[in-house]
Design a protein. Structure first.
Length: 297
């Protein structure tokens, strides 16, 4: 005789009630993330209308992935509790929580980048209203450096200020030339990358930037000195009670702070500045990584 299939163990009533409450909380979280995703899409529409980002720059594959995850999560959330055993339910619940966290990080990360770009351009317009003035359209063409030397020098100095403030407003420590050439206002140049390279050389001559590659495709912009960054990091550590040795990854995790995205070599240099100013002690961990421990004043 064919062996009768075993029925899954029925979940006890109290466990089922607890699970239903957990699932309801997860449903609320999922609904919140859907709204967050809609907010992100609205920002993308606004950014493309203002020509701050291009439609092709929007990561449609990632959006499709998010939609697939939403569908998958809803399938898990709508499972009939009486038809799965407790162990399987727990596995599903943990999977849901992990995927919700991943979705939130992805959406918030992309939303934050778009907001920064929108805000950066809005701040640029406040600082340099001529960027969208009809009578100043000539500023998007570079004067001949041999024929009109004074005009060329003035043009270069003015645009160096714009690029410097663009990096500052967008909280960019490293600028990728190809990327910035596709962003407003620089995308309005008649010869994008050529003009940007000329402007960059002006920034470098003012000791406000340096090339990070021989190919001249990556630029480090110093819109705040390393000394000033060291003061900010010390203040953050002090105010947050960070009295134990602090690793670089902890600074990276402080995503809301502008110093969190500083290049590694700059952070290591900042450690040295803190030590030199007797504000911290540098420690070398067993894995070879550097850490620092602040001195309480």
């Amino acid at each position: 005789m064919e062996r009768q299939r075993e029925k899954p163990t029925e979940i006890p009533k109290e466990v089922k009630e607890k699970a239903e409450k957990e699932l309801e909380e997860l449903r609320k979280e999922l609904a919140r993330l859907r709204n967050l995703k809609k907010e992100k899409e609205q920002l993308e529409i606004e950014a493309t209308q203002k020509q701050i980002i291009k439609e092709e720059d929007i990561k449609s594959t990632e959006l499709n992935y998010i939609e697939e995850q939403f569908d998958k999560l809803e399938n898990i959330l709508s499972s009939k509790l009486g038809e799965i055993d407790q162990k399987l339910y727990r596995q599903h619940a943990e999977q849901v929580e992990e995927e919700l966290q991943t979705l939130e990080e992805e959406i918030l990360g992309e939303k934050g980048l778009i907001e920064k770009k929108l805000t950066a351009y809005e701040n640029l317009l406040k600082a340099y209203p001529w960027l969208e003035e009809e009578r100043k359209k000539f500023m998007y063409s570079m004067p001949n450096k041999k024929v009109n030397k004074n005009d060329y020098t003035s043009w270069k100095i003015e645009w160096a200020k714009v690029l410097f403030d663009y990096a500052r407003f967008a909280v960019l420590h490293i600028i990728y030339i190809r990327e910035v050439s596709s962003q407003k206002p620089f995308s309005n140049f008649t010869k994008r990358e050529h003009y940007i390279l000329e402007i960059v050389e002006e920034l470098i001559s003012q000791n406000q930037a340096k090339w990070l590659s021989k190919e001249k495709n990556r630029l480090r912009v110093y819109w705040k000195t390393l000394e000033a960054w060291s003061d900010e990091i010390y203040k953050w550590c002090y105010e947050n009670g960070k009295i134990e040795p602090i690793m670089i990854y902890e600074l990276r995790e402080a995503a809301q702070e502008d110093f969190s995205s500083l290049p590694l070599e700059d952070l290591e240099e900042i450690f040295k500045i803190l030590a030199k100013n007797r504000k911290a002690k540098i420690l070398k961990m067993e894995n070879g990584q550097l850490a620092f421990k602040i001195r309480l004043e």
